[in-house]
Write a protein that binds this ligand. Structure first.
Ligand SMILES: NC(=O)c1ccc[n+]([C@@H]2O[C@H](COP(=O)([O-])OP(=O)(O)OC[C@H]3O[C@@H](n4cnc5c(N)ncnc54)[C@H](O)[C@@H]3O)[C@@H](O)[C@H]2O)c1
Ligand SMILES: O=C(O)[C@H](O)CO
Length: 328
């Protein structure tokens, strides 16, 4: 097979890079790193395949990539790409659904436990030498088991969160999604335990609201002052999806006005989180640096799937996971 030109725009594990190098001419250049930016720009016009993540591949960038046949994202989320432009040019977009579901659900649960039981705050009290007497009610947390979970987004990852909540913690699960989900066919273990619920009803009944939504035109800014205003007083909010689905000023207002007890955030509208963001130091926010899928095992599985997708696409075969840009 003819060797093609591949541009790797975010580092890959060595064994996965070697799979690419065995078949194609590979340039590794991360445009986020100033010293590598010119190598990235030099390779772009010749690249037939792009592979990487966490960098906006917008229409202007695509215009400089005239030979591009396929983009393989090492992520399940595809909000960094320009679906209409890709579709118009017939460029395939591949991604990594499925292999990260359980790991991301674990991260969301870690945030859910940490916020409800004030784990980070109370651990700091010990580390800073402020544990001088038995803690009193003012530092008690709230139970997680048995509480009602409201899920915004009930796709692959949302369902993995629902399984943990319903089967492990005895939590009734309410979910809001764009389409109804046939539980009998797709998640029979959740029958009778998870219920498709209109958004406002979900918000008024959930003790903990978890957002696990993709970023799209329909979800950008969707979690706004109205949504926070409908939540139960004292609710906890977790975002494991994308930061820009939330209007961050409205989130801060809900925390400061006491509607929300706490927030656990893995994702932010701007990443890395700017130093002057009030969310960084807010006493009732537990922030994480976008680590949903960041385990050795899962990041390797994502890279492996992304490389397989790219190799298949460049060989004219059907990749394992293609994102349908026609309906984005
Ligand atoms: N924090 C992280 O590290 C991390 C890791 C993986 C994924 N993610 C994010 O999580 C997202 C979800 O991943 P997934 O694999 O579960 O996706 P998925 O496509 O399987 O599920 C998406 C869910 O969102 C719902 N949805 C979409 N638009 C909606 C709208 N306007 N209103 C209501 N519901 C809507 C869909 O109906 C579906 O239930 C990804 O797109 C990505 O952005 C974040
Ligand atoms: O979309 C994803 O896969 C995660 O956010 C990791 O980048």
């Amino acid at each position: 097979m003819k060797r093609k030109k591949v541009l790797v725009f975010r580092e890959l594990p060595e064994d996965q890079l070697a799979r690419l190098q065995a078949a194609h001419e590979v340039t590794v250049a991360n445009p986020r790193i100033a010293e590598q930016r010119s190598a990235f720009e030099a390779a772009l016009p010749e690249a037939q395949g792009l592979i990487g993540s966490s960098f906006p591949v917008d229409e202007a960038l695509l215009a400089r990539a005239s030979k591009l046949e396929v983009i393989s994202s090492v992520s399940v989320g595809v909000d960094n790409y320009a679906p209409a432009a890709l579709h118009a040019r017939g460029i395939l977009l591949c991604h990594t659904p499925g292999v990260l579901d359980e790991t991301v659900a674990d991260t969301v649960f870690a945030l859910l436990m940490a916020t409800s039981r004030r784990v980070v705050e109370l651990s700091s009290l010990v580390r800073e030498g402020r544990w001088s007497k038995n803690i009193g009610e003012d530092l008690f947390g709230h139970d997680v088991h048995g509480k009602t979970l409201g899920l915004l987004g009930f796709g692959r990852i949302g369902q993995a969160i629902a399984r943990r909540a319903a089967l492990g913690f005895g939590m009734p699960v309410l979910f809001h999604a764009r389409h109804a989900v046939d539980l009998a066919a797709h998640a029979p273990e959740l029958l009778g335990r998870a219920t498709h619920t209109p958004l406002d009803e979900l918000l008024s009944r959930a003790d903990i609201v978890v957002a696990m939504l993709p970023l799209s035109d329909s979800t950008r800014g969707m979690i706004d002052a109205r949504v926070f205003g409908r939540m139960k007083p004292g609710a906890i909010f977790i975002n494991g999806g994308r930061g820009a689905t939330v209007q961050e000023p409205a989130l801060l207002a809900a925390l400061d006005q006491g509607t929300l007890r706490a927030a656990g955030l893995d994702v932010f509208a701007t990443e890395p989180l700017p130093l002057d963001s009030p969310l960084r130091t807010h006493p009732r926010v537990t922030p994480l640096p976008h680590i949903g899928s960041a385990t050795h095992e899962t990041r390797h599985a994502m890279a492996e799937l992304a490389v397989t997708n790219l190799l298949k696409a460049l060989a004219g075969e059907r990749p394992l996971a293609v994102y349908d840009t026609a309906f984005a």
